[in-house]
Design a protein around this ligand. Structure first.
Ligand code: ATP
Ligand code: MG
Length: 250
């Protein structure tokens, strides 16, 4: 559980998709939600995926992460040549071992304390009870929740809940981190804390962070901004992230 991983140099693709097509049935017709999408993301980058509601952002994340099978196309990730050629058990194992997820709605277990939420994932991965506890505590402290270890979600603020979800995603030091609208339920100040943690996951841990948002204020932290409209990537720009960007009102 240290930051030095076996992934390639900064700049290598962590994930690369070619020709993704996803259709959903709508009455008798099919609507095409991903229209031949090529996508890639690099280790150490915070890659932002932006676009209007319904443009296919969440569908793209689901197809990239092995949650939703595309009708066509290929996803290569880390040392796996074609994710969707693997059995569903192997895909699940890949996700468990290498991917972290953060969603708008936090998705925490109501009955578990902050510490337990993070521990449980690590135990799933095969860590001993004491190692899981140790690592969970380190990660919760890293996200500024050292004083909230034993609280359940019901008494945590929205910002704190999202930080628990981030700790849960980061504790296993994932090489690929998917975040779908991670700040949209938060005020400016908490949104800023969250985006800074994602920034750090990329810069300090070398994760490929793929963050879906429609908040243009988050762009300042990104290494790369990919825009999608109606299932098509319409622009893809690299930029220099601004370490002093501010989201909160002063
Ligand atoms: N399971 C499904 N069955 C049918 N249609 C779906 C399904 N999931 C998504 N869609 C449709 O696919 C399109 C893209 O949805 P998606 O959730 O990827 O958009 P999004 O860009 O994430 O939007 P938002 O910003 O609102 O989250 C939408 O028109 C949506 O209604
Ligand atoms: Mg969405």
């Amino acid at each position: 559980m240290n930051a030095t991983k076996t992934h390639g140099k900064h700049g290598d693709f962590a994930i690369e998709a070619k020709g993704l097509v996803k259709r959903f049935k709508s009455g008798k017709a099919f609507i095409e939600v991903l229209k031949n999408v090529d996508f890639d993301a690099r280790h150490g980058d915070l890659t932002m995926v932006m676009g209007p509601s319904g443009s296919g952002k969440s569908t793209l994340i689901a197809a990239l992460s092995g949650l939703l099978r595309p009708e066509e196309g290929k996803v290569s990730a880390l040392d796996v040549d074609n994710l969707w050629k693997m059995s569903s058990g192997k895909i699940d194992k890949f996700r468990l071992d290498h991917c972290g997820f953060i969603f708008q709605g936090f998705n925490l277990f109501p009955a578990l304390s902050a510490l337990q939420q993070v521990e449980i994932v690590l135990k799933f991965q095969g860590l001993s009870k004491s190692d899981a506890r140790k690592q969970a505590m380190i990660t919760l402290k890293e996200v500024g929740l050292g004083h909230r270890l034993h609280q359940r979600p019901s008494i945590l603020s929205g910002g704190e809940k999202q930080r628990v979800a981030i700790a849960r995603a980061l504790a296993k030091n994932p090489q690929i981190l998917f975040a779908d609208e991670p700040t949209s339920a938060l005020d400016g100040e908490n949104g800023q804390i969250v985006i800074q943690l994602l920034r750090r996951a990329a810069t300090q841990h070398g994760a490929a962070v793929i963050c879906v948002t429609h908040d243009p204020r988050l762009e300042a932290w990104a290494d790369r901004v990919i825009k999608i409209e109606d299932g098509i990537i319409i622009s893809d720009e690299r930029r220099v992230p601004d370490p002093n960007a501010a989201l909160a009102h002063h």
